[in-house]
Design a binder for this molecule. Structure first.
Ligand code: NAG
Ligand code: NAG
Ligand code: NAG
Length: 385
């Protein structure tokens, strides 16, 4: 798509100003109004003064009294409210920027392409379009109304700007303006207003197209600000892509979470087993001590010693049992029994081990016995006889 004239113009004027700005006079320095002219390539006003000053009639550069752009060139680092003011409605700021002036009547002179220097007509709303300013247009330094209708004689103003390619080579860029009403252009040879062409029709210049874009293939192309309309399959593809992506993320997360959950479970089980084993070793030690110290008075040392190996001793089960992981040993098969704790009842006393374990700690003096179910699985057997 070809660059629009406005963008090119901006680029050209920026290049031109940057190129010469270092040699300019600052505020209070000498200048000559006779040196003021329009640049040949960009039609930008060139003076002896820098971007923030104009050449006053007394031959020195003075600060600008108005600005024509909302964000004027040369004021970087200046806060917005310190900029020279914009001109009120009905006035304009000339290219020099010295002061606001009243808009001129149709037919009077205006500066190059300064449509807004012309006083707007009362029906400006009907005439206003994107190729004029409030229905007026400045052609050949003269104010015109953009109101010529189909087949009527029109005025056209062709300006050749110098544009540059990336490699620095210059080429001519022609902008043709006219005073035809909206939707029409001034034919260069017949000098009559003709209807603008639709997209796809052959053209020789931007102004012939309703889209203001005569493409390289010689046909009216899309407007520069035309939004892109993607075909339906692209919507479907992107939608599917989003769904697949979300699904993939969720499945990946599910798998990672599952493996970490498994690891955690194993860790917890190990910790639990360790704690139970540890608790039971302590219980066994404490119980063994109690059994030894609670022998009846006047027991001879031999009897006391032998009681350790007798069947009626308090500790009736294999010592290794405490080291078994608790989930191997079933709660229903073992438990604490309060009272006489006759060994004959072993295996039949079914009590809730958790509750009774707590209970036993409080009643330390009472004879409490740890009863184990007759588990032939391992251990125990050798001690029981
Ligand atoms: C020249 O004119 C400008 C604008 O009228 C003024 O600000 C400035 O002081 C004058 N300079 C001299 C030296 O008179
Ligand atoms: C067009 O006219 C209206 C009403 O006078 C004014 O507010 C507006 O600034 C004008 N537009 C331009 C670009 O001058
Ligand atoms: C531009 O205007 C001048 C007078 O101001 C006239 O002599 C000249 O022929 C005009 N040029 C065009 C292309 O209309």
């Amino acid at each position: 798509m070809r660059i629009t004239s406005r963008i090119t113009l901006l680029g050209i004027s920026a290049i031109a100003l940057i190129g010469v700005v270092s040699a300019k006079s600052g505020f209070g320095e000498a200048c000559d109004q006779a040196n003021q002219h329009l640049d040949g390539g960009s039609y930008n006003l060139v003076t002896d003064c820098d971007a923030t000053t104009y050449c006053a009639s007394n031959g020195t550069c003075a600060y600008k009294g108005c600005r024509k752009d909302i964000y004027p060139f040369g004021y970087s680092g200046v806060s917005f409210d310190q900029l020279p003011p914009l001109c009120p409605s009905g006035q304009f700021c000339p290219d020099e920027g010295d002061q606001c002036l009243d808009q001129v009547a149709i037919g009077d002179s205006c500066q190059k392409d300064r449509d807004n220097e012309c006083a707007e007509p009362s029906n400006y709303k009907d005439l206003a379009g994107f190729l004029n300013t409030n229905g007026t247009v400045c052609l050949n330094y003269t104010c015109y109304l953009a109101d010529i209708t189909l087949g009527q004689t029109c005025v056209t103003d062709n300006t050749v700007y110098t544009a540059y390619l990336d490699d620095g080579s210059a080429y001519a860029f022609i902008v043709s303006r006219d005073n035809c009403a909206n939707g029409m252009y001034c034919d260069g040879t017949a000098l009559q207003c003709i209807k603008m062409k639709r997209q796809g029709e052959t053209c020789t210049g931007n102004k012939e197209c309703l889209t203001y874009n005569c493409a390289a293939d010689g046909k009216c192309g899309k407007a520069a600000d035309d939004p892109i309309h993607p075909p339906a399959w692209q919507y479907v593809l992107i939608g599917l892509g989003i769904v697949v992506l979300i699904g993939g993320v969720m499945i990946t997360l599910w798998f990672t979470h599952r493996s970490s959950r498994k690891e955690n479970q194993i860790r917890l089980e190990q910790y639990y087993n360790e704690q139970i084993a540890y608790r039971q070793s302590i219980m066994s030690m404490s119980h063994a001590k109690n059994s030894l110290l609670s022998l009846p008075p006047n027991t001879s040392p031999d009897v006391a010693r032998s009681s350790l190996y007798r069947d009626d001793s308090g500790w009736t089960t294999g010592t290794n049992d405490a080291l078994l992981p608790p989930n191997v040993r079933s709660d229903s098969a073992s438990g604490w029994s309060d009272g006489d704790g006759a060994p004959k009842e072993r295996g039949l006393t079914h009590t809730d081990s958790e509750v009774l374990l707590m209970h036993t700690q409080g009643e330390h003096n009472r004879e409490s016995r740890y009863m184990d179910a007759p588990e032939p699985r391992r251990g125990g057997r050798g001690y029981r006889g």
